[in-house]
Design a binder for this molecule. Structure first.
Ligand SMILES: Cc1ncc(COP(=O)(O)O)c(C=O)c1O
Length: 266
């Protein structure tokens, strides 16, 4: 593949900056990615051609916008080998994990229950579980690392028990770059009766992810680390668990009926 560097520079002035007299080089994709022209173009085109109220307008533009919005959901579903009803739009990985920690964790955990995470988790996959445990009397258990920074899988086997209600683990570590054997861990956790949550923020941009092959209950990632816009993210959830979850936020689009006394959910 060849690049027309002059054309790229004209399109992306970000490349033309100098740092201490040297050309700028960006190597912080783990934190957030730069956006390719295809992404910028489609965003601009959306706002220039169809922008209107998604799902809640009874007019032509709203139909077009809703079609594109739902088309993107189909694309993400194919990307993860999921079905479209199992893809939720969120603000990012942090919100995706918070939704599960609130709607599954705080709803279902009891004193004596355990949530299992690992030492190498991002704060977004620690604090929501810590707070869910504090709110419910459950206990947070942490899988240690071996000297080479990989997960101590013998310790995992020992920590996993019938008390483990939730296993929440990163697919790839943002701090260490290590890959966790999530398929095996999920299989063991499911056998122990635990709900499984994978933080895929650092995984989805590096290799294909198949939520059915992983057999995981929830999988979370962010748009901005995957060449997409800032402020969007995805939560995949197994359909039966999504159906059983209470709403995370209430308001407009999520209602079926509403009165001042009572509302029912869509
Ligand atoms: C592994 C991992 N999980 C979660 C997050 C949080 O992502 P966001 O800030 O997009 O919600 C990050 C961000 O660096 C991350 O690397």
């Amino acid at each position: 593949m060849t690049f027309d560097v002059a054309a790229l520079r004209a399109q992306f002035p970000i490349l033309d900056q100098q740092v201490n007299g040297k050309p700028l080089v960006y190597l912080d994709n783990g934190a957030t990615t730069q956006k390719p022209a295809a992404v910028l173009n489609v965003l601009e085109q959306y706002y220039r051609t169809v922008n209107s109220n998604v799902h809640r307008g009874a007019h032509h533009l709203s139909d077009l916008a809703t079609g594109q919005f739902e088309g993107a959901r189909e694309t993400v579903a194919r990307f993860l080998n999921a079905s479209r009803e199992e893809i939720l739009w969120t603000k990012g990985t942090t919100e995706s994990i918070n939704i599960v920690a609130h709607c599954i964790g705080r709803e279902r955990l009891q004193p004596g229950d355990e949530v299992l995470i690992s030492t190498s988790e991002h704060h977004a996959n620690i604090v929501p579980w810590q707070q869910a445990c504090l709110a419910t009397g459950a206990t947070l258990k942490v899988i240690p690392l071996r000297e080479d920074c990989s997960l101590d899988l013998e310790a995992f086997d020992q920590l996993l028990s019938e008390r483990t209600r939730i296993l929440a683990i990163g697919h790839a570590s943002n701090a260490l770059g290590t890959l966790n054997p999530v398929q095996d861990m999920v299989a063991k956790a499911r056998e122990a009766g635990a709900i499984t949550v994978i933080d895929g923020a650092q995984a989805v941009s590096h290799f294909p992810v198949d939520v059915q092959a992983l057999d995981v209950d929830f999988y979370a990632f962010s748009g901005h680390k995957l060449f997409g816009p800032t402020g969007i993210g995805v939560l995949y959830g197994r359909r039966e668990l999504l159906e059983a979850m209470p709403p995370y936020q209430t308001g407009g689009e999520m209602i079926e009926t509403v009165s001042f006394e009572k509302s029912t959910w869509n």
